[in-house]
Write a protein that binds this ligand. Sequence first.
Ligand SMILES: Nc1ncnc2c1ncn2[C@@H]1O[C@H](COP(=O)(O)OP(=O)(O)OP(=O)(O)O)[C@@H](O)[C@H]1O
Length: 589
Amino acid sequence: MEQAAKKPRITTSGLKKLTRLYQYAKPYRWQFSLGLLLLFLSSSATLLFPAMLGRLVNAGMGVTAVSQINQTALILVGLLVAQATFSFFRINIFVNVTEKTLASLRQATYAHLIRLPMKFFSERRVGELNSRISADISQLQSTFTTSLAELIRQLIMIIGGIVLLLLTSWKLTVFMLAIIPVICVVAVVFGKSVRKFSKQAQGQVADSNTIVEETLQGIFNVKAFANELFEINRYKKKTDEVARTGMRVGKYQGVFASFIILGLFGAMVAVIWRGALLMASGDLLIGPLFSFVVYTGFIGGSISGLADIYSSLQKSIGATENLLEILDEPIEPIELEGGIKQPITGEVAFHNVSFRYPSRKDISVLHDINFEAQAGWQVALVGPSGAGKSTVVSLLLRFYDLEAGQITFDGQPAASFDLSDLRRQMAVVPQDVFLFGGTIRENIAYGDTSAPEAAIIDAAKKANAWDFIQGFPEGLDTVVGERGVQLSGGQRQRIAIARAVLKDPKILILDEATSALDSESERLVQDALEKLMKGRTSIVIAHRLSTIRNSDLILVMDKGTIVEGGTHEELMMKDEGLYKGLGELQFLG
Ligand SMILES: Nc1ncnc2c1ncn2[C@@H]1O[C@H](COP(=O)(O)OP(=O)(O)OP(=O)(O)O)[C@@H](O)[C@H]1O
């Protein structure tokens, strides 16, 4: 569901925030100034329009020379042409500046977002972040292209209009100003409250529909509990409410319509009446009165238009606050480019590691974890669901900060390594393989985006994936994902293995798939994994006993601690051991 746009009150601090986004527009400030100048010119041309119309009327009524008819008409055409030209360039310039500015803002927000630590993502929903990049930026787009220009135009219309009116007839202007703005403001406020009630009515209609939907879906329960009357009454109550709100909206709408007729048109009549009186006393000519009425319409429209601009500005400040919240979050110290500076051998150890997720500080997820894996070892993590196996892996990847203890690589604290350096030397083959909507080639190359074709093919061969890839008519260029070929679980796993092969990591992290593959697929995946594990440290989250028998170290976890550790043989000797128990069940959580 679309989120309701945030509408904070407009304050100086809010406006200041909006100006913080100015850095993205700065490169285009001269273009923008030109746009503003054109906007000023086109608005001024609009402003001259009623004056010229008045002259035309004067000439037509014989108040001024007939020769003025053609001359004024020509000036009017000239004005129109000038206005059209100014508007064309102004709109083009504004759109260009806005598009370029927003592209920079989008890119900066995304580049920042993707470098934020896992902590940030575990506390927020994907939908919410997605909306910031799309909806909030689109909101700014509409403000910068339309609302800002409108605001300036309306202000020019109001101020310029009033000045011209004062020059025409100050008496009539004072009279008009005493009534028209008040009526406009009342109309806007009134209109808003009518809209609010209509919204409330819509909400109630939705509520009553939910009752129908729920009861029809759960008709089995309604009937089984003989609750027909209960539901009928529930629905009646809601629909009666809808009717009551609807009637209230109707009353407001009626009053609003009468108000517009009496207030707005009444005010017009009042102005014309006053103007006619001035004409009768020889203080005003027909042409200027005509201009006056048109200007008054312009000014009234502009005052009413300001309300929409205000609301759009409010929404933009809300959108800016949302974006700045992301941009102000500290990012991870990630090096976007560059190779490996501090190579590791693959020796890794946890020393008294304790951990809580930042989003759930009350629960201790890992407690006093200790183990050491020498370079080239295969370490298996086993234990029931929720024991903390995946968390160990997340900490190894330095996704989160520890609560206590230390993780070391080659005897050096993890913090003494560059974060990107460490992650570049690890690879993960996850349980649920995530394939990007793209070709198989792109998906394998994710392990090393600069790899040449030969290396990709070699990786696919090592991952036992080459045969099935060749089976597709488009080979490596076969599109996978939502809009492409659907791969089987085993095939996806082999793509993920090929990705890891290409990355050639020192530490390999494997999260075994829980769902069983068919035996042929299982054999191909297992064979590829074994080849991949050779010569590097591997940390395997294991669910099947058969795959970890030969591990150098098996860590049995339960409720965030390591309860047993050793080789398969050692652990099977413990009669009361958890491993032995799990082993007998052939299912390791
Ligand atoms: N991002 C998170 N935020 C908060 N709590 C989490 C998060 N991820 C996991 N947990 C909690 O930490 C505990 C350990 O979870 P973890 O995923 O490490 O267990 P696991 O042994 O890998 O389980 P499984 O075998 O089911 O994957 C669980 O209680 C879980 O609810």
